[in-house]
Design a protein around this ligand. Structure first.
Ligand code: 4AD
Ligand code: MG
Length: 433
């Protein structure tokens, strides 16, 4: 019998028809003459019911042979069934096993996270991981949409680079035909010249930090999106970050409601982040506030993870912390004209303990200032000559930021650790699979 082969997402268009669906056994159970097989095909879950008196003996035998995660084509009649997950059920007439899987390593019992991460290639099939992966995909699409629809040009920055962007302590080194190359920590330095060529640019790719931190927020390989805009000043940068985040949160709430439900995300906690303005707080005021709250932090310190959490807990949406001491920030930042000991630096802290999701600044447009900073930071001057050319040939005010995708996904999904927000995480202790 000729039946259309459809995906589970297309069931609604085929009610009352005979169809075939291909997928894997998510789980199964038996009840007398009934066998219930929950099929997953990457697009959804479908309860398939095999009723022994109504099928050939061979079909029944095939159904009985199926184990968890066996692959198969299953055929039958699509009926609406309110009690079934997704609202549809398949009344099975044929079962064609493709491959019978041996006992599946990921069972119903609780596994330790190390076990799950060692089986990440299989763990991705689980419902939660499926939902997280979908949110990540939508977020990345939304980010591209945000910039493309505002006339930004995508610049693919290199991964192999001759120099550090964010300080030398977290560089991965590799031999490059007799020279030393480093894996890129950020595409920013390559975006600044591109902003002079194209006005509004962004890059979006993997970045690398040899961070020995074992926190829930740190990965050694993570994806970052970075816009860089000619003529944009610090105040405009704050507006851009706010517009960017509020639009993305709205989009995810809109388009990923099923996934967020699956993740049991309390979306009322995300709602406030869809509207502007976001709170803004000067670094100095943030320190005072933290001290009042009993945090041991002093003016001049960088904010620790706990400081960030304590501060962000005061707000129902991301908070923009501005004007950090220049000393604790990267070499390329523009000094605050009102107090040159401060940099026109921005960190955006997500609520609910997710910490810094965006870091950015206005960029210094002065050749002398940058030459001095490069010396002070002990950076190899030769490797930055090309970067300094941006200040030699038509220097211009410009600003930009970077957002880490995994931290943002973790926040949106309400998952504890950023490592679950990327399909194949790389951390201090993990390079497998
Ligand atoms: O604050 P960062 O270091 O800023 C930059 O790299 C700038 N060059 C960006 C720019 O202005 N174009 O990093 C930006 C963001 C952080 O806010 C965080 O979200 C993420 O990148 N990030 C990490 N995410 C996961 N693991 C790590 N080890 C991360 N380090 C930074
Ligand atoms: Mg930062």
């Amino acid at each position: 019998m000729e039946r259309p082969v459809i995906t589970i997402s297309q069931l609604a268009e085929h009610t009352g028809q005979e169809v075939s669906v291909r997928g894997w056994v998510y789980n199964w159970r038996k009840k007398g003459k009934l066998r219930f097989i929950v099929l997953r095909d990457g697009f959804g879950y479908l309860q398939c019911v095999v009723f022994r008196p109504e099928v050939d003996e061979a079909v029944w035998e095939n159904a009985v042979s199926l184990t968890q995660e066996s692959s198969l084509t299953i055929s039958g009649l699509v009926v609406t069934e309110e009690r079934a997950p997704g609202g549809f059920e398949l009344k099975v007439s044929e079962v064609e096993p493709i491959h019978i899987a041996p006992e599946y390593p990921i069972g119903k019992k609780d596994h330790g996270v190390d076990f799950l991460l060692n089986h990440r290639h299989l763990w991705l099939r689980s419902r939660r991981q499926h939902a997280i992966t979908r949110v990540r995909s939508e977020l990345e699409f939304g980010i591209r949409d945000f910039f493309q629809s505002r006339d930004y040009t995508l610049i693919d920055s290199p991964i192999l680079t001759p120099a550090a962007c964010e300080g030398t302590s977290t560089l991965f080194e590799t031999e490059y035909f007799g020279e030393t190359a480093y894996l890129s920590q950020s595409g920013q330095l390559y975006l600044e010249p591109a902003a002079a060529a194209l006005g509004k640019v962004y890059c979006f790719g993997p970045t690398f930090r040899a961070e020995k931190s074992k926190t829930r927020r740190h990965l050694t390989e993570f994806w970052m999106v970075e816009p860089e805009v000619a003529w944009l000043r610090f105040d405009g940068l704050l507006d851009l970050a706010e517009e960017f985040l509020s639009e993305l949160v709205s989009r995810i709430l809109d388009r990923c409601s099923e996934d967020l439900k699956r993740l049991e995300r309390d979306t009322s906690k995300l709602e406030p982040s869809t509207s502007r303005p976001y709170p803004r707080i000067d670094y100095g005021d943030a320190i005072t506030k933290l001290q009042e709250l009993g945090q041991e932090v002093e003016f001049g310190d960088d904010l620790g993870a706990e400081d960030e959490t304590v501060l962000a807990n005061h707000f129902d949406r991301p908070v923009l912390v501005t004007r950090y001491p220049a000393e604790i920030k990267a070499f390329y930042m523009q000094p605050d004209p009102e107090d040159p000991s401060r940099a026109l630096a921005l960190d955006v802290l997500a609520p609910e303990g997710y910490g810094e999701i965006i870091g950015g600044s206005e960029r210094s447009d002065s050749l002398e200032h940058l030459e001095r900073k490069i010396a002070e930071h002990d950076l190899p001057r030769e490797a930055f000559e090309w970067y300094l050319d941006v200040r030699r040939y038509g220097s211009f005010p410009h600003s930009g930021f970077g957002m880490g995708i995994e931290r943002c996904v973790a926040w949106l999904c309400g998952i504890h650790h950023a490592r679950e927000a990327i399909p194949y995480p790389r951390t201090l202790n993990r390079l497998y699979p």
